[in-house]
Ligand binder design. Structure first.
Ligand code: ARG
Length: 229
C-alpha cells in the first residue's frame, strides 16, 4: 500500500472518468481536458507534484483508491457521508447539484414526485443513481457514463435522467445532445472534492495548494475559463 505512505513529492497518479464535460472529457485530439483537469494540473504545479492522470470507470475509482493503485481522484465526485467511510476528501472545490432532464416536449415531469413509476437512466455509482433508487416504482437503467444515459433519453427509451446539473446543462448547451431540457429546481446541493486514500498525507498538500490558488487568483482564472460568460 505504497500510495498511502508516499512522500508528498514526486508523481501523483490521479484517477478520472473522462466523459463528464465540462469537468473532464477527451478533446478532439484525445487529450484530457476540462475544469477538473486544469484544476488538478494547477494543484500539481502549486504543490510541486507531477500529475499523471489515469482513466477509470467511475465505479472503479473508490476501489482503486482503497487498493492504493492510484493516489487521488478528481472526477466531479461529490463529498458524501457514505464515501467518507472509505476515502478522504479535499476541501470542497465546486458547488453543484442534481437535476432532472426530460425530453424537450415533456409537460408531465417537473419534480421528483412526478418520476414515480417512470423509467430513469443514470450513471452507475453516482449520487444521481442513489437518488433515483429511492423513487417508488421507478425503473432504473444504469449506464457507464452520463452521456450514454442522456442519449438513452434522447432516443426516447427512458422518461428522465437524473444527473449533475452542470453536466446535463453543458450537454444541452453545447449541442452534444438534442431535444432535451432540464426541469424544476435542483434536487440536491452537492460539493465536489478530490478523493484520496484514507490517511493520505496528500490531503493536506492538496488542501494547501487549493487554498493558495483560491487566494492568488489561479482558481478564479480556471473557473472563469470553464464557467464564465
Ligand atoms: N457528482 C456525482 C457523484 O459524485 C457524479 C460524478 C460523475 N463523475 C464522472 N466523472 N463521471 O456521484
Amino acid at each position: 500500500d505504497s500510495a498511502n505512505t508516499e512522500e508528498a513529492t514526486g508523481t501523483l497518479t490521479v484517477a478520472t472518468e473522462p466523459a463528464f464535460p465540462p469537468f473532464e472529457f477527451q478533446d478532439e485530439n484525445g487529450e484530457l481536458a476540462g475544469f477538473d483537469i486544469d484544476l488538478m494540473n494547477a494543484i500539481g504545479e502549486t504543490a510541486g507534484l507531477e500529475v499523471q492522470f489515469e482513466s477509470l470507470p467511475f465505479d472503479g475509482i473508490i476501489p482503486a483508491l482503497q487498493a492504493g493503485t492510484v493516489d487521488a481522484a478528481i472526477s466531479g465526485m461529490t463529498i458524501t457521508e457514505e464515501r467518507l467511510q472509505t476515502v478522504d476528501f479535499s476541501r470542497p472545490y465546486v458547488k453543484a447539484g442534481l437535476a432532472i432532464a426530460v425530453q424537450a416536449d415533456n409537460t408531465e415531469v417537473a419534480t421528483l414526485d412526478d418520476l414515480q413509476d417512470k423509467r430513469i437512466a443514470v450513471q452507475i455509482g453516482t449520487t444521481g443513481a442513489e437518488t433515483a433508487a429511492e423513487i417508488p416504482g421507478a425503473e432504473l437503467s444504469t449506464f457507464d457514463s452520463a452521456p450514454l444515459a442522456l442519449q438513452e433519453l434522447a432516443n426516447g427509451n427512458v422518461d428522465a435522467v437524473i444527473n449533475d446539473a452542470p453536466v446535463t446543462l453543458d450537454a444541452i448547451a453545447s449541442g452534444n445532445i438534442d431535444g432535451l431540457k432540464v426541469v424544476g429546481e435542483l434536487l440536491t446541493t452537492e460539493f465536489y472534492g478530490i478523493a484520496l486514500p484514507k490517511g493520505s498525507p496528500n490531503v493536506e498538500v492538496i488542501n494547501n495548494a487549493l487554498m493558495t490558488m483560491m487566494e492568488d487568483g489561479t482558481y478564479a482564472e480556471i473557473y472563469q475559463k470553464w464557467f464564465g460568460e
